[in-house]
Design a protein. Sequence first.
Length: 190
Amino acid sequence: MKRYIVGITGASGSVYAIRLIDELIKRNNEVHLVVTGNGERVMKYETGWTIEDLADKYEKGLCYYDIEDLFAPISSGSFKTDGMVVAPCSMSTLSKIALGVSSNLLERSADVVLKEKRRLVVVPRETPLNTIHIKNMLTLSEMGATILPAMPAFYNKPQSVEDMVDFIAGRILLSLGIDNDLYYEWNAGL
Ligand SMILES: Cc1cc2nc3c(=O)[nH]c(=O)nc-3n(C[C@H](O)[C@H](O)[C@H](O)COP(=O)(O)O)c2cc1C
């Protein structure tokens, strides 16, 4: 069993995180969830899901923290985790992580993961990108974070939205070092 932090922000695509949490918990991992206020609003708008729905879905494995709770365990590097995923990551939160602002629990947790040299996977969703967005992604990449844009592929010939969501969730799991068959491994017909 491993321990992961999942952060959800107000970018489009909370469905990726919902899928990811499912897969992490299915594999008996501990998930520590933190969601921004805008993350909650956009998630409800896009999927109908609330934090309460998510919390109720799992009997064990999921710990949810209030975004303002800077006393939460994930606020400290002494609380060991195996990494953090911010999915979807808004350009707003991405900029604050890149600058080390740490003004809420999600930003602080990402800051801790970076300072402890743990794995940070950021899943930005915006298009087109301006120069500030690109510079902030470069900053995070230079600090060792994985920038994994929510960009489903088509070479796997997706048949549904679920297939496209699975592709991204699978690539996130792979970035965490978790083998899975949610994404299509290209083998060029071998
Ligand atoms: C329906 C909806 C979709 C949005 N999609 C995106 C998006 O894909 N990417 C993004 O960077 N911001 C998006 N935003 C704007 C963010 O929610 C906004 O910048 C917010 O301040 C982010 O706050 P947070 O990072 O604290 O969650 C969206 C807003 C709404 C209402």
